[in-house]
Design a protein around this ligand. Structure first.
Ligand SMILES: Cc1cc2nc3c(=O)[nH]c(=O)nc-3n(C[C@H](O)[C@H](O)[C@H](O)COP(=O)(O)OP(=O)(O)OC[C@H]3O[C@@H](n4cnc5c(N)ncnc54)[C@H](O)[C@@H]3O)c2cc1C
Length: 285
């Protein structure tokens, strides 16, 4: 059976009645199926308009789970979202960006999902909806492991919520792959910084493809808070004990030792890139 409801209530009601595979852009679903057809009952959520908008609510920005990478690229957003826009432009190819959704990226929960470090650095939560109501989870509680999330069979990820207080400063996304487009990350870093004059008052650094789930580097963040951006931060960044905070694997794209080495370089580059945005563009828009 194939269902394509046009509103979220019909979708969760249909989902409550039987075993269904949720399909959004299908850019993860089809390749992982490895068959000519998906072979299961499908709940296609791509016609639900309420999942496709970005709105500002009382204390947070609400990004519908059906928002595509292209939608994110085209949306006017504060500077702190630059990392998410830079990430969107590097996901797959133009065709993938047009179809692939931010919600699909999170629910698929690949260690190499490029959206996850950006959203971790934005202190994101996810909203899950079912006929039992809504629940909101912090993103790092939602993704439990590689391809493993807290999503229940009767739930749809309806939105990603970014707290208003996280929307400060500038940000950058740095991705290392074997080529420029259509490439799975060997490692990627999303960095967001806020300054008080020349002093780092707030910093969020998240690294992906270097553990089963992307990680915030909270201890490194604490080391860098209070530092002057005109001082040499390289020692702090390079001396950080990455081994204790990430657990890269050996795979076809890179060895664990290589990933450990590039982690610090990408962290440094993302911080320098973000600081340069302050120098070029000023504090806020
Ligand atoms: C050629 C190619 C290149 C790619 N390059 C990249 C890349 O550079 N970076 C990257 O991160 N990814 C990449 N991807 C993976 C993929 O495009 C992204 O992860 C995309 O964001 C997935 O979104 P989707 O809407 O297509 O998800 P779908 O394929 O529709 O769904 C993915 C999974 O999430 C579930 N799901 C989807 N939406 C919801 C929802 N709202 N609620 C509950 N469950 C849901 C589905 O049931 C499925 O299990 C690439 C894929 C391809 C084929």
């Amino acid at each position: 059976m194939y269902y394509r409801p046009e509103n979220i209530n019909d979708a969760i009601t249909t989902l409550s009645k039987g075993e269904l595979t949720i399909a959004a852009g299908c850019t993860d679903l089809f390749p992982t199926t490895q068959e000519d057809s998906l072979g299961s009952n499908i709940l296609d959520i791509s016609a639900i308009k309420s999942l496709k908008s970005i709105t500002i609510e009382k204390e947070f920005r609400r990004i519908g789970s059906g928002v595509t990478w292209t939608d994110l690229e085209n949306e006017k957003l504060p500077n702190c979202y630059d990392m998410l826009k830079e990430c969107s432009l590097q996901v797959g190819s133009r065709q993938i960006q047009n179809l692939g959704t931010i919600g699909g990226n999170l629910c698929n929960a690949s260690p190499a999902a490029d959206g996850v470090p950006c959203l971790l650095s934005l202190d994101a939560s996810v909203e899950l909806i079912s006929t039992n109501g809504k629940r909101i989870l912090k993103l790092d509680d939602f993704i439990k492991g590689s391809r493993n999330t807290e999503l229940k069979k009767n739930e749809i990820l309806s939105a990603i919520l970014i707290p208003e207080k996280a929307e400060r400063g500038h940000s950058s996304f740095v991705k290392l792959g074997a080529r420029k487009y259509l490439v799975i990350s060997i490692a990627m870093v999303a960095c967001k910084i806020n300054l008080d004059g020349d002093i780092i008052s707030d910093i969020a650094i998240s690294i992906g493809s270097c553990s089963a789930v992307a990680r915030r580097l909270g201890e490194l963040e604490n080391t860098l808070i209070g530092k002057n951006v005109n001082s040499d931060l390289t020692q702090d960044i390079y001396n950080f004990d990455y081994k204790n905070h990430i657990s890269p694997i050996n795979d076809i794209r890179g060895t664990d030792a290589y990933r450990l080495e590039v982690a610090k370089v990408l962290v440094k580059n993302s911080i320098i890139d973000t600081i340069n945005k302050f120098k070029k563009k000023g504090q806020y828009e």
